[in-house]
Design a protein around this ligand. Structure first.
Ligand code: C2E
Ligand code: MG
Ligand code: MG
Ligand code: MG
Length: 280
């Protein structure tokens, strides 16, 4: 009987594994043609100045509209794209599309916002990263100051010496730099000091419980003062409630991003939000 069950479990296990392996293969195969078939879109999530209540920036977040499966979250395909190297072309498309959109908003008189783009490891350490960013800014006629790149701690820590060089080069071009998901990776304060960054983005896992977990409240308050003491801007991610905003305001957090103000939306909806003059 035990033997029987064992073999059933085994079959169940391999079936589940196969399904996952198949899904992965399918994603991998379909990703190859997704770019040319124009299946990607960027959504934009507003970033709001806590003091003025105004939208001062936006984060570009990729969406894959698969012809069969519909919208697929970046959590499911960015890693695959990273492993296969496809992230380089996809990332280049994201960068160009985000810069074009931002320039378009400026041309329409909708304000001078900053657009933030997420970079993945492979893309960041690509030899011609800085050159391709310079070229994209030139082609889209966007002033470098209105582009921000978001990097995670693990990304910059994976080769500190090289990362410092690339960040300095990017900084010299005039691009803004921020550390995404701050607090979830290795935080070596000694290295933080060496990175020429402009802002820290507090990870949403800390923000989630600030109003009912003393430890999370203490972590968030500490990150905010750390940032300010290092003369960095600080932005809280994943802000969903009024109570969280009240807390962040008391702690002098500079900016917020989260569902409370708006989820990521299409470029058309983002533009409509600006025309409407939506405020916090
Ligand atoms: P991230 O850069 O930390 O982006 C923030 C994520 O939090 C987004 O998920 C956003 O939709 C979600 N979010 C925003 N506000 C709230 C909130 O109030 N509550 C909750 N629960 N979630 C909120 P999304 O769009 O699914 O992206 C997931 C991750 O995928 C991103 O995390 C980023 O690491 C990666 N990603 C997205 N777009 C790109 C891209 O173009 N290139 C690269 N390399 N990675 C990307
Ligand atoms: Mg991000
Ligand atoms: Mg984040
Ligand atoms: Mg993340």
């Amino acid at each position: 009987r035990a033997k029987e069950m064992g073999s059933n479990n085994y079959q169940f296990y391999t079936a589940a594994m196969n399904e996952r392996a198949l899904e992965r293969l399918r994603i991998e195969g379909d990703l190859r043609t997704a770019l040319e078939r124009k299946e990607f879109v960027l959504h934009y999530q507003p970033q709001v100045d806590v003091r003025t209540g105004r939208i001062i920036g936006m984060e570009a977040l990729i969406r894959w509209i698969h012809p069969k499966f519909g919208a697929i979250s970046p959590i499911r395909f960015i890693e695959v794209a990273e492993e296969t190297g496809m992230i380089v072309q996809i990332g280049a498309w994201v960068l160009r599309t985000a810069c074009e959109f931002n320039k378009d908003l400026q041309r329409k008189g909708l304000g001078y916002l900053r657009v933030a783009v997420n970079l993945s490891v492979r893309q960041f350490y690509q030899k011609d990263l800085v050159q391709s960013i310079i070229k994209t800014l030139h082609d889209t006629e966007l002033t470098p100051h209105y582009l921000e790149v978001e990097l995670t701690e693990s990304l910059v820590m994976s080769d500190v010496e090289l990362a410092v060089g690339i960040l300095k080069h990017l900084k010299s071009v005039g691009v803004q730099l921020s550390i995404d998901d701050f607090g979830t990776g290795y935080s070596s304060l000694a290295y933080l000091k060496r990175f020429p960054i402009d802002a820290l983005k507090i990870d949403q896992s800390f923000v989630r419980d600030i109003t009912n977990d003393q430890d999370d409240a203490a972590i968030v308050a500490s990150i905010i003062s750390l940032a300010h003491n290092l003369r960095l801007q600080v932005i809280a991610e994943g802000v969903e409630t009024n109570e969280q905003i009240a807390f962040l305001r008391r702690q002098h957090c500079d900016e917020i991003q989260g569902f409370y103000f708006s989820p990521p939306v299409s470029s058309e909806a983002f533009e409509a939000m600006l025309r409407e003059g939506k405020m916090l």
